[in-house]
Design a binder for this molecule. Structure first.
Ligand code: SAM
Length: 408
């Protein structure tokens, strides 16, 4: 049996160095955590520690910055290495219970040949003082302001609580019987048709039924749009379909399903998901803005690309990237995609629009503008999910979806 290798004085530094690279790529280059970790060539244990440290840092960035700024008179720019290293060290102490000596020993090598004394001094001051608890979250100031204006104080307070809580794992099943059987045998609670929620996120492949394709992972919010498709729709187009959570739902409900997306690589994941679950859908690689179907569909679902700010619990970095400009550009594209998709709905048919965004410009405003320019459509229902919904049971991602009907 291979014995564990003794770890030298560099133990733990590699993971922190990687966390620094990830944080730097996210903060400075606007990358996602998933893309920022690419190419770092890490041992699996170092990779998970690096991602945990960077993630916990991003969940409380404004809070960490307030602490740092209160402990030094020196002005540290947002992207200064000293600030980045201090943020990482504080997050480890607050959220990961790393002891002070280990924090200092793994932080200082990251600023070797640089502002070592400054980092040592500020860290020492902060560690001697009182630090916030692990359950104290913070949102970037621009997000606080935007969401307070749009949704009010209560939703913002709920978002601050949610960003530092580990979200539950939501599973979608091919049938409700399978969902109930899973909950009875393996735990979890069903909060909707074909749904089971597990309180603790376990390694997915170790859960019963994974290889048989009995379920797939899908936040409860994301299941709402496909639930709006009429049971008798029969012929349904899922536009912007990949990687396919909603396609699987539509196919499982028994509709003849066409899944369209312009991304080959994301469609490859959709194909894997179909193969694993044994569900069927016709796949079309095309651009929504150029696609022309042979005949109209009874229902079309448009799950449009968006700022994804509703997914901040799992991807806290989305809040740093979603600038006013990105939201405006996203909204402009969403309006065009919705107008294109609306042409493929037969008279009397259904058009469902969805975004995992907490920005009204990408949700309510898109529908209002669309209706103003399309007298042949009426709004049948609209659903906004805000932070705080189902909080006691683990919460939901922020989301918006609307069902429109084309006049017969
Ligand atoms: C929000 S994701 C879709 C998630 C998917 N519906 C699901 O449930 O798994 C948006 C998708 O839109 C696709 N997309 C973006 N612009 C597109 C366009 N102009 N035409 C077709 N697909 C597009 C992206 O490739 C991406 O897969």
């Amino acid at each position: 049996m291979k014995r564990p290798q003794p770890r030298g004085p560099e133990a733990g530094v590699e993971a922190r160095r990687a966390a620094l690279r990830i944080l730097d790529r996210v903060v400075r280059s606007g990358q996602t955590m998933d893309s920022a970790v690419q190419g770092l060539k890490l041992e699996p244990s170092d990779q998970s520690l690096a991602l945990a440290i960077a993630g916990e840092t991003l969940r409380r960035l404004p809070l960490l910055d307030r602490l740092i700024d209160g402990a030094t008179r020196q002005v540290l720019p947002d992207d200064a290495k000293a600030r980045m290293v201090l943020r990482l060290a504080l997050a480890q102490r607050i959220a990961l219970n790393v002891p002070d000596h280990a924090l200092v020993a793994t932080a200082l090598p990251l600023v070797e040949g640089g502002p070592r004394r400054l980092v040592h001094g500020v860290l020492g001051t902060l560690l001697r003082g009182s630090l916030p608890g692990a359950d104290e979250g913070a949102l970037p100031a621009t997000v606080e302001e935007r969401w307070t204006g749009a949704w009010g104080e209560e939703a913002v307070a709920a978002a601050r609580r949610a960003i530092v809580r580990r979200p539950p794992l939501d599973l979608s099943f091919r049938s409700h019987e399978e969902a109930l059987a899973f909950a009875a045998a393996d735990g979890g609670v069903s909060l909707a048709e074909r749904h089971v929620r597990l309180a603790d996120a376990r390694p997915v492949t170790s859960l019963p039924g994974f290889s048989e394709g009995r379920w797939w992972i899908q936040d409860l919010s994301s299941t709402l749009p496909a639930r709006m498709i009429p049971a008798d729709a029969a012929r349904v187009l899922d536009a912007c379909a990949a990687p396919g959570g909603k396609t699987l739902q539509i196919a499982a409900a028994g509709h003849a399903t066409t899944a369209l997306d312009r991304s080959e690589s994301r469609l490859a994941r959709l194909r894997q998901n179909l193969a694993r679950t044994g569900l069927e859908a016709a796949i079309v690689v095309d651009d929504v803005l150029g696609f022309t179907p042979e005949e109209p569909f009874n229902a079309v679902l448009l799950d449009a690309p968006c700022s994804a700010t509703g997914t901040f619990r799992r991807h806290p970095e989305v809040l740093l990237r979603a600038s006013e400009r990105i939201i405006r550009e996203s909204a402009e594209l969403q309006g065009r995609l919705l107008t294109a998709a609306a042409q493929w709905v037969r008279s009397g048919g259904t058009l469902v629009y969805a975004v995992c965004s907490l920005e009204p410009q990408e949700g309510e405003d898109i529908i209002a503008a669309f209706l103003a320019g399309h007298a042949d459509y009426t709004l049948a229902e609209q659903r906004r999910v805000l932070p705080g919904e189902l909080e006691e049971q683990g919460g939901m991602d922020g989301f918006f979806t609307a069902r429109l009907v084309r006049r017969a």
